[in-house]
Ligand binder design. Structure first.
Ligand SMILES: CC(C)(COP(=O)(O)OP(=O)(O)OC[C@H]1O[C@@H](n2cnc3c(N)ncnc32)[C@H](O)[C@@H]1OP(=O)(O)O)[C@@H](O)C(=O)NCCC(=O)NCCS
Length: 198
């Protein structure tokens, strides 16, 4: 009932009946023509306004089945600007993280983003009078772990099974199965199969 009422209040919002009823405590701002789809088994905590969905006009956000939007350690903010697209793969895990899309931001299956981390597919401001704001799609592959207090910048692709160490700044693509660390993040080692890790 609570989820159905939410759907009635926000045209463009589709919440699967098997998603957590705690989603009723989230904040939803959907511009004209925005679409937000929340799949079955998506869970969050019972904490008012700790989870925020901010969608501009014509934005499209898909939250894959079994995704955990965990707000215990900090707010989870999904900002998808006008006409942009954001996709969270099945069973992905955002733990007090902030994702922002002006073009396209895609997380794969079981991709994790840790507390205090942020992913931006744009700079958010013009650089100077001659150079307008930079924007380019970001892709975070299947089974990737972005640890705490990291920032991933525009245009980055992180290959599957890669790990980004705490407090890293990712400015360039990360090959699959690679550990990167630092600011800017550089390769430091190999990562094995992460498809069953917890
Ligand atoms: C400062 C900024 C705009 C520069 O963008 P840019 O001019 O497109 O920079 P580039 O991606 O071409 O990177 C140039 C080099 O600097 C490095 N670099 C870029 N930003 C860096 C940063 N913040 N710290 C350290 N190194 C950085 C890149 O790795 C690259 O090095 P390389 O050529 O050896 O690979 C961008 O890095 C940035 O910080 N964007 C802001 C994102 C943000 O936080 N927005 C929130 C809203 S306020």
């Amino acid at each position: 009932m609570r989820l159905a009422r939410l759907g009635a209040r926000h045209p463009g919002l589709a919440i699967d009946p098997a998603a957590s009823t705690n989603l009723a405590g989230a904040e939803f701002e959907l511009g004209v023509g925005a679409r937000l789809s929340i799949g079955p088994g998506v869970v969050t905590e019972r904490r008012r306004h700790a989870l925020r969905f901010l969608l501009g006009p014509g934005a499209s956000v898909e939250i894959g089945p079994g995704t955990w939007l965990r707000t215990d350690l900090g707010p989870v903010i999904l900002a998808c600007f006008a006409g942009a697209r954001m996709v969270l793969g099945p069973e992905s895990f955002l733990n007090g993280a902030h994702l922002s899309a002006k073009r396209e931001l895609v997380l794969g299956r079981r991709a994790w983003v840790g507390p205090g981390s942020r992913v931006f597919d744009s700079d958010q401001h013009d650089f100077d009078a001659e150079r307008p704001e930079g924007m380019a799609p970001v892709r975070i592959g299947d089974h990737v772990w972005v640890a705490s207090d990291c920032t991933v910048l525009k245009g980055v692709t992180i290959g599957e099974h890669a790990v980004v160490g705490a407090r890293s700044l990712v400015t360039r693509d990360v090959p699959p199965h690679t550990l990167v660390l630092g600011a800017p993040a550089t390769p430091r080692g190999r990562v094995g199969d992460r498809s069953r890790v917890r």
